[in-house]
Ligand binder design. Structure first.
Ligand code: ZN
Length: 341
């Protein structure tokens, strides 16, 4: 039995599973590993909201906390959604069914639970966790930018310990910031296109989708005898690039080198916009071997053009506990909302 008088719960709603965590009133996480359960988002909002409530009850049982001790819940989901957790009218990758379009995910969950539910998109939630994990008690006096390389390029901007959400909830969409392509692309390499319709934005280079759609097809023309030319599909091949990078495969290093350059250029833009105290990198690359991820981080840093004054104060770091970062960030946002009352 846990001794704290009340808690908040963080729920990270993903395409296949929900992750849940519990944070007590002294900012201590009561869960130190991944607590996962099926998210059922493919079965529509009604079933998915039920699954989230089950995820909450499950993590409470694990930690020996009663439901009545929960003062607020943090919810994180992939976007696009409004700042207040209403899924886009056009749906999204995880929310393709018509019933999801314009669904007030946060509002419905809050109604069902009877406690305040605080919404953040999953990138912003992970960015908030990275910020607090790195700065601890100094979090409210610092700013940071997080870039999380997954299927797309997510992340967030934190200023004074708070997520910058923007007027329409679309701040911190780092993946769709255009970056200079000159000196990034190799000879004869076409300017890559993003899913969002932009040409040459950060996600068009620094994402798993970018590897499959443009980087790998190009680099295979430069390494025609490479083992990946025999992969079943380009999608399968793209997934193998990371482990090849860990083994110092020259083709994989070209690809990750371009991604690091893209992130460095993105951070250079960030340095002129908000001049943050820290630059964080997360995603699949963080789950790679320590040597590889340190190599990657060093390359990103090398390609971020900071002024001398900025170099003296800025840090570059990897996002820790990445599989739990979304749920933990959602919980921190819920706790902060109570502190603000
Ligand atoms: Zn884009």
């Amino acid at each position: 039995m846990n001794s704290s008088s009340w808690v908040v719960v963080g729920l990270d709603n993903g395409g296949t599973s929900n992750n849940a965590t519990v944070l007590d009133d002294s900012r201590r996480f009561l869960v130190d590993s991944l607590v996962e359960s099926p998210s059922h988002v493919g079965d529509g909002p009604e079933v998915a909201v039920g699954a989230l409530i089950e995820a909450l009850d499950h993590v409470l049982r694990l930690t020996g906390v009663a439901r009545r001790s929960v003062r607020a819940v943090g919810l994180g989901t992939p976007g696009p959604a409004s700042a207040d957790g209403v899924i886009s009218l056009k749906g999204g990758t995880n929310f393709s069914q018509a019933a999801w379009h314009g669904f007030d995910f946060r509002g419905v969950l809050e109604h069902r639970l009877g406690v305040p539910v605080i919404y953040n998109n999953d990138g912003n939630a992970a960015a908030l966790y990275a910020h607090h994990a790195h700065f601890g008690r100094q979090a409210t006096q610092r700013s940071s930018v997080s870039a999380i390389v997954g299927t797309g390029l997510g992340g967030g901007v934190i200023v004074a310990g708070q997520v910058i959400k923007g007027a329409a909830g679309m701040a911190g969409e780092l993946g769709h910031v255009h970056i200079p392509m000159q000196g990034l692309l190799a000879e004869g390499q076409e300017v890559p296109k993003c899913q969002c319709g932009f040409v040459g934005d950060a996600e068009s280079v620094a994402s798993l989708t970018a590897i499959g759609q443009s980087l790998l097809p190009y680099w295979l023309t430069r390494f025609p005898d490479h083992e990946l030319t025999r992969a079943k599909s380009i999608g399968e091949a793209a997934k193998l690039v990371r482990s090849l990078g860990e083994a110092n495969d020259p083709l994989a290093l070209e690809i990750f080198g371009q991604q690091a350059k893209a992130l460095g250029r993105l951070f250079t833009i960030a340095s002129n916009f908000i001049d943050p105290s820290a630059y964080f990198i997360g995603g699949g690359v963080v789950e790679a071997s320590p040597t590889f991820r340190e190599w990657f981080l060093a390359r990103v840093r090398e390609h971020t053009s900071l002024r001398k004054e900025q170099i003296e104060v800025a840090t570059f770091a990897l996002i820790p506990d990445l599989d739990m970062a979304g749920a933990r960030g959602a919980a921190l946002a819920a706790l902060d909302s109570l502190d603000a009352l």
